[in-house]
Ligand binder design. Structure first.
Ligand code: ADP
Length: 543
């Protein structure tokens, strides 16, 4: 017997209308290339998204067609999110920091029909224009006064495009499984792969994101996503804010600017900020140098890469900010786990709390997890056994766009293999030990590069650390610690290696330390291990 409840589709347009109706006056503040502080409201945002939807319909697009964005976090990009997906098109967010060849691959593979771009990325598009001939036109996301000279064909000014349209639009009643957005993984191995989100997955993910033990988001919050809208939909923030009515603060091209971020945190009363560890490393350094305390900020969600214990400590002790770790990936929309304490943990000592906070977190309801060994046999949740992390749920990808099983990423029984190696403790707290391809195999045993990096980051003279495996005649591989020294600090190789005593097993201690001026980062701010391995291909351990 079927239940008797309404089969109302879960649609992104319903999030838009809910936000505009219940929180219409809530503010959205943006830094844009043409305005240091643009301010307007949810209501205006959705009105303009409807204008855009009208304009898109007139471009002769079919539902399901991909329309790309190449832009920073600001209000126009947000309008594009709602206008495109809501009207039935697929909003394909592109990471502008990719290599030109990757951009060409992604745009052609996605068959993008139009590209919406920030002014500053116009030269990037001009350089590849002859290789993306399938693209019919470009919308530059600015006003007439700031339109650039360009050799691109069929170029339209965003403000002019939408000014001609009505703010009335009837959103189509789509099937909730209709594709809504497309995001390519960074493709550190092989070509980038497209993850195609749908309306249902997006709405369910947004529900899970706002929950108290995930982001604990409400209309009383002011949220600063320092994670780009092209990095897995800024972790769903455009949707979770509109569900709750939280104020939204968008840093535009100033993502990496400690001064602007600190100012936004303060003047816009930001209570929750989100970003990858590298971003916070820069911000914490800036705050320390400038003698600033992040007084208003209550909590940060940090994920996308391992979070060093020293960072959690710095937020807590220097700024009174609660750092909550999250885990996820492009394929999981991205939130799969979040770290918050459980009932019964009130008596944990500050040190025990720190230990717990270094873990990635508990699987959210909606994202099941398991760890398996090489034969696919499930491993116990004892916090010791480590294996391949597999997940499944309604916001986990079931395949890649136009790849039909070709990635070999899914098991026969329907789980997605994340490519991460993890432990899960009896309380359900999952900790990432490594990405499968970064794990260091020493004499048949595994060494976690993440744990070695975290321990090194705790040394006051270390600004940033990475550990890679270097081939070794006897042990197959041994760890090499690569360090960027903190400004004005000195430390020797011997001191750093001695620092590991008592922190990790003796046989884990790296064989050597290399000092570098800076580490290579991916477009989303993660340490680029592939690049590091290339830099150190000829490296040999001292005799
Ligand atoms: P990319 O493949 O481009 O790095 P993602 O942004 O999807 O794309 O990255 C997902 C990966 O980031 C995960 O598979 C995992 O290795 C890493 N990651 C995410 N969160 C954490 C975390 N809390 N701790 C350690 N690693 C993490």
């Amino acid at each position: 017997m079927q239940g008797l409840m309404m089969n109302t589709p879960l649609l992104i347009s319903s999030i838009a209308e809910h936000g505009a109706k219940y929180h219409g006056g809530r503010e959205i503040v943006s830094v844009t290339a043409d305005n240091p502080r643009h301010r307007y409201t949810y209501r205006e945002c959705i009105g303009r998204a409807r204008q855009l939807a009208n304009a898109l319909d007139k471009l002769g697009l079919e539902h399901g067609d991909r329309v790309a964005t190449l832009a920073w976090n600001d209000y126009r990009h947000l309008e594009a999110y709602y206008g495109m997906s809501g009207a039935g098109y697929v909003c394909h967010t592109i990471n502008p920091r990719l290599f030109p060849e990757q951009l060409v691959f992604i745009i052609n593979h996605a068959e993008d029909r139009w590209i919406f771009t920030d002014v500053m990325f116009v030269p990037l598009l001009e350089a590849i224009a002859d290789k993306i001939s399938g693209v019919e036109g470009f919308v530059v996301m600015t006003d007439e006064a700031h339109m650039p000279e360009t050799s691109l064909k069929n170029v339209v000014c965003y403000e002019t495009l939408i000014a001609a349209e009505s703010a009335e639009f009837t959103w189509p009643e789509l099937d909730e499984r209709t594709a809504s957005a497309l995001c390519y993984t960074s493709g550190t191995t092989g070509d980038p792969k497209g993850v195609l989100y749908d309306h249902r997955s997006t709405v369910l993910h947004a529900f899970a994101a706002v929950a108290p033990d995930t982001m604990n988001l409400s209309c009383h919050d002011s949220v600063l996503p320092v994670v780009p809208l092209f990095h897995v939909n800024a972790w769903g923030i455009p949707y979770s804010t509109f569900i709750t009515g939280a104020k939204l603060v968008l840093p535009g091209p100033k993502m990496g600017d400690g001064e602007v971020l600190c100012e936004l945190l303060d003047t816009e009363d930001v209570t929750l900020a989100l970003g990858v560890p590298t971003v916070w490393l820069g911000l914490l350094q800036y705050a320390e140098k400038a003698g600033k305390r992040l007084d208003k900020l209550q909590r940060t969600i940090v994920g996308g890469a391992a979070v060093p214990r020293s960072m959690i400590e710095a937020f807590r002790d220097q700024h009174g900010v609660d750092l909550r770790q999250g885990w996820g990936m492009t394929e999981t929309s991205p939130l799969g786990a979040a770290n918050s304490t459980k009932a019964g943990m009130e008596s944990l000592t500050p040190d025990e709390r720190l230990d717990l906070a270094t873990k990635a977190g508990r699987g959210l309801f909606g994202c099941e997890m398991r760890i398996v060994d090489d034969e696919g046999v499930e491993l116990p949740w004892d916090g010791e056994a480590y294996g391949a992390l597999q997940v499944r749920g309604p916001w986990v990808c079931s395949d890649y766009f136009k790849l039909e099983g070709g990635a070999g990423s899914h098991t026969d029984d329907g789980w997605f293999d994340t490519g991460d190696v993890a432990t899960i403790d009896p309380g359900g707290y999952m900790a990432i030990t490594d990405r499968t391809k970064d794990v260091i195999k020493s004499g048949g045993e595994w060494i976690s590069s993440i744990e070695l990096e975290n321990a090194a980051m705790g040394h006051p003279a270390v600004a940033e650390a990475a550990v890679i495996g270097i081939s070794h005649p006897k042990w197959t591989e041994r760890p090499l610690l690569i360090v960027v020294k903190a400004e004005g600090q000195e430390v020797s190789k011997e001191e750093l290696l001695a620092w590991y005593d008592g922190k990790v097993a003796t046989w884990w201690i790296p064989n050597d330390v290399a000092f570098v001026e800076e580490l290579p980062h991916t477009a989303t701010g993660k340490i680029k291990k592939i690049e590091l391995r290339k830099q150190f291909t000829d490296y040999q351990f001292p005799e």
